[in-house]
Design a protein around this ligand. Structure first.
Ligand code: TA6
Length: 351
């Protein structure tokens, strides 16, 4: 006759779980019909835990490394691509494609005099903007572009050539923005159909009140000669120009070309924008989901002189195309609700 498992102790007598305390929050994530046979692997377990188990054996193609400034970082590798992500700000620092072939290069751009300091963003790659865009609306002492890009994020989960990093509210964030939230950034390399990098930004309202926020993936792209670059897909889309010295006139029905300081916030944007960097013989496609704003920025020489980490001539070799929800397209979340904005970058050779 089968031994009746009359008590939990008897049921766990031969299992590891008798020796550990599994948080209720994690147990709640195990579907009822999986109890007794659930997989509590590090990735599943960490996905629901505040302090993830320090998983020394990360998934395939995921390695803990240091960034050029000796700060903690994670490297993803797959399909002849390599991505470096700093734990500070969950900032993608570089995305190299064509590894092992002629023409290995970084699709993203980093300023010539980068500073890799704790709790500060590097100028370049993909800074995460949250919970406001640009200068704070009422308090100039608060950090431009919010605080997410300056926080230490935690590793929440990993899978093949993919990681999820997360940060939550703290006394430090509440002093700047008094709401409880969880922010997750899932970064993954694609190895089908050429080189691609996918970034998902998920914001969860973990408070008891509704809140609204602005967000952006503030991506710096290498262009080679900026005066040979163009941005396609924003023709005739409404925008506001914030540049102090913008180009005198240009035709909004044409692709964007750079001939002066450019700092345009577009609203009601399509889900596909393309950068053509002719000097690099490269096209980069930005495919988004849930991004209703886009910002196109190049500081030109005069603003470059006012920016940190920049060399005088840096304006010549990059532009930012930022996938965002800002201004009238800020996002409202009720308690318990979440919102995910997705950006998929695809790079290809183009004459
Ligand atoms: O996204 C464009 C912009 O708002 C520019 O006006 C410029 O300030 C840029 O962001 C860089 O901001 P940061 O705070 O990173 O120097």
């Amino acid at each position: 006759m089968a031994t009746s498992l009359t008590t939990p102790e008897a049921a766990c007598a031969t299992c590891w779980c008798k020796d550990v305390e599994i948080p209720a929050a994690v147990l709640d994530r195990v579907p009822a019909n999986a109890r007794g046979s659930a997989c509590i692997c590090a990735a599943c377990c960490n996905a629901g835990m505040d302090n993830p188990v320090d998983n020394p054996t990360l998934a395939t193609g995921v390695t803990k490394v240091l960034d050029p400034g000796g700060r903690e970082a994670v490297q993803l590798e797959a399909g002849g691509q390599r991505v470096l992500i700093a734990m500070t700000g969950a900032q993608v620092l570089s995305w190299h494609t064509g590894i092992g072939e002629q023409g290995e290069s970084d699709v993203l751009w980093t300023a010539s005099e980068p500073k890799y300091e704790s709790h500060k963003p590097v100028r370049g790659g993909v800074p995460v903007v949250f919970p406001w865009f640009g200068d704070h609306a009422t308090d100039a002492t608060k950090p431009a572009h919010g605080f997410a890009r300056s926080l230490d994020w935690q590793l929440a989960a990993s899978a093949a050539a993919e990681i999820t990093l997360e940060c939550r509210d703290s006394d430090q964030t509440s002093a700047l923005w008094d709401h409880a939230f969880r922010l997750q950034l899932r970064i993954a390399l694609g190895s089908t159909e050429g080189s691609s990098l996918r970034i998902e930004m998920k914001v969860e309202n973990t408070s008891a009140q509704a809140f609204s926020f602005e967000q952006a993936l503030h991506t710096y792209f290498a262009t080679g000669d900026i005066q040979q670059a163009s941005v396609h897909g924003l023709e005739n889309v409404p925008f506001v120009e914030h540049a102090r010295e913008p180009i005198a006139e240009w035709d909004p029905s044409q692709p964007i070309r750079f001939g002066a300081e450019t700092d345009r916030v577009f609203q009601g944007v399509p889900d596909r924008i393309e950068l053509r960097a002719s000097a690099l013989q490269r096209a980069v496609r930005l495919q988004t989901n849930n991004a209703r704003s886009a910002i196109v920025w190049n500081p030109w020489p005069n603003k470059t002189a006012r920016l940190s980490q920049m060399h005088t001539d840096d304006w010549r070799s990059f532009c930012c195309i930022e996938s965002a929800n800002v201004g009238d397209n800020r996002v409202e979340l009720s308690p318990g609700e979440s919102h995910t904005m997705t950006l998929k970058l695809s790079a290809a050779r183009a004459r």
